[in-house]
Ligand binder design. Structure first.
Ligand SMILES: NC(=O)c1ccc[n+]([C@@H]2O[C@H](COP(=O)([O-])OP(=O)(O)OC[C@H]3O[C@@H](n4cnc5c(N)ncnc54)[C@H](O)[C@@H]3O)[C@@H](O)[C@H]2O)c1
Length: 258
């Protein structure tokens, strides 16, 4: 097992990609802090699956878009588990609207959850590692849209592009503390966030045209990549984006992912 003795906090891990990452890290021996919005019973079911794998764990909750919650979530995780070694910034949202129609409310929601949440959760996590003089790992789940344009999802692209530069900056600033920072950029992964893109045969057919490998990704594909970036196998990898997209990013034209 590659992660025995480590404690990992995964934001947005009640369902989808975050849940798959939590379970895959647990399978490799990590103890798991499941984090999602308040009063989410799905978080308890992720935790039950972690425990069924023989790992310890707990649930914490908060609104990722609120800085006070981001700091409290890290503090609660440390209080419950004793310490943290790995942070996966996964929780995210998207809103579909043409640029001319994006509301201030939707802009703020997407930027606050996807970018500000990762920013201040990472800050609290890095402060914890600095105070306890221990190394660690930060893994951001960004998107192929940290690179590829995605018309009608401008706030989402701005948040994921921002996450790319945040990751590169932190990789330099936190390296002296023994903390590496990397992104995983999923392509089209079948989860509730992008259900319209894959749930009908017609939608699936047009989606597959954009994926050279000719299959839609599964959450477990991202879980496996996260294990690698969290483990000693990737110890010398810092400041990079790992695209897990079946080759979607290689298409120069518009790609429809999530
Ligand atoms: N599914 C894809 O194809 C795809 C592609 C590229 C990137 N991603 C990214 O992967 C990450 C996970 O996406 P997913 O597909 O599993 O989506 P999902 O909607 O299934 O899961 C997202 C999770 O984040 C949580 N969340 C949302 N807002 C929150 C908030 N304010 N506070 C706390 N938790 C909050 C949700 O409750 C949910 O459990 C996101 O950052 C997304 O942008 C997904």
């Amino acid at each position: 097992m590659k992660l025995e003795g480590k404690v990992a906090l995964i934001t947005g891990s009640a369902q989808g990609i975050g849940r798959a990452i939590a379970l895959r890290l647990a399978r490799e021996g990590a103890d798991i802090v499941v984090d999602d919005r308040a009063d989410d019973s799905r978080a308890e079911s992720t935790l039950a699956e972690v425990q069924a794998l023989g790992r310890r764990g707990c649930v914490v909750s908060g609104d990722l878009g609120t800085v006070a919650d981001d700091r409290r979530v890290v503090a609660d995780a440390v209080a419950k588990m004793g310490r943290l070694d790995i942070l996966v910034n996964n929780g995210g949202v998207e809103k579909n609207a043409s640029f001319l129609e994006v509301t201030e409310q939707d802009y703020e929601l997407v930027l606050n959850v996807n970018l500000r949440g990762a920013f201040f959760t990472s800050q609290a996590f890095a402060q914890h590692l600095q105070q306890t003089r221990r190394p660690g790992r930060i893994i951001n789940i960004s998107s192929v849209h940290e690179e590829l344009p995605f018309p009608h999802f401008s706030p989402y692209c701005a948040s994921k592009g921002g996450l790319k530069m945040l990751m590169r900056n932190l990789a330099i600033e936190l390296a002296p503390l023994g903390i590496t920072v990397n992104n995983v950029a999923p392509g089209a992964i079948a989860t509730p966030i992008n259900r319209p893109a894959w749930e009908t045969p017609e939608a699936l057919e047009s989606l597959l045209k954009l994926i050279p490998y000719k299959r839609v990704g599964q959450a477990i594909d991202i879980g496996k990549a996260a294990v690698w970036l969290a483990s000693d196998d990737s110890d010398y990898v810092n400041g990079q984006t790992l695209f897990v997209d079946g080759g979607m990013t290689l298409f120069p034209e518009f790609a429809d992912g999530g």
